[in-house]
Ligand binder design. Structure first.
Ligand code: KIV
Ligand code: NA
Length: 264
């Protein structure tokens, strides 16, 4: 059997070949992504993408576990990282450990991801010391969108740069093996990438990061709204529409099923 990419292998890619990552929430798409990605994120964005929620705030732990399991089953090569949803880790290191351990035991994933900088350092240290690899996530952190007043690009005001830098350094010092930098201006992402010893994984954070991640459905053209930081590599929306409309027409005209699809 092909061994999966390990946490130390991702960690060792700092400053090297760019790390490739995408989200996946389900087995068949994950199997395709698995052939190209170094790690696959089962992101809590699945609340919006798969379940029509307005934000990630309402995503429950069991939903992350369900999709995490599907992605682990559907893949064999990439490291699978599962997001800890809002409310399952912020309260204390103990609560975070219990929920992270549940995610790892129930899904078979190789690491968890959680949002927050310096304020999460103690928790990250606690988890890593006890056998749970942690990917951190700083910059624009969607689970705090109510505090931030929406999804705001970070670092437009350079007086905030030191605090953003300190957040990234704090999670690296605490033992995170990589950090997602989301929605921040290019020079800030470049500065953080220079400063921290762990790989930075950018989403809306410029080409200067050590790797990139996108939400799969966004880059496949399935999201009716395309954020500025997304490059659309496929137009699955129109392809699905075309297939569904032709199927509907064939059913109505009795052109489907044909001789080929019938049991004799
Ligand atoms: O939930 C998610 O998809 C994420 C990535 C965008 C980093 O956290
Ligand atoms: Na997320």
């Amino acid at each position: 059997p092909i061994r999966r990419t390990t946490v130390p292998q991702i960690r060792a890619r700092k400053g090297g070949d760019p790390i490739v990552s995408l989200t996946s929430y389900h087995a068949h798409t994950a199997a395709i992504v698995d052939r190209y990605a170094d790690f696959i994120l089962v992101g809590d964005s699945l609340g919006m993408v798969m379940h029509g929620m307005d934000s990630t705030i309402g995503v429950p732990l069991d939903l992350m576990i369900m999709h995490g399991r599907a992605v682990v089953r559907g893949t064999k090569k990439a490291l699978v990282v599962v997001d800890m949803p809002f409310g399952t880790y912020e309260e204390s290191p103990n609560v975070a450990f219990r929920n992270a351990a549940t995610i790892m035991k129930e899904t078979g994933c190789g690491a968890v991801k959680l949002e927050g900088g310096a304020r999460m350092a103690e928790t990250i240290h606690f988890l890593v010391e006890r056998g749970i690899p942690v990917m951190a996530h700083t910059g624009l952190t969607p689970q705090s969108s109510h505090v931030m007043g929406g999804f705001k690009t970070q670092g437009r005001d350079d007086s905030t740069w030191d605090a953003h830098s300190a957040d990234a350094r704090a999670v690296a010092d605490a033992g995170a093996f990589a950090v997602v930098l989301e929605g921040m201006v290019e020079p800030l992402a470049a500065r953080i990438t220079q400063e921290v010893a762990i790989p930075t994984i950018g989403i809306g954070a410029s080409v200067h990061c050590d790797g990139q991640i996108l939400v799969l459905e966004d880059m496949l053209g399935l999201n009716p709204w395309t954020p500025k930081f997304v490059k659309v590599y496929g137009q699955l929306g129109p392809m699905i529409e075309d297939a569904v409309s032709r199927y509907a027409a064939d059913v109505k005209s009795r052109a489907f099923p044909t001789e080929d699809e019938v049991y004799r």
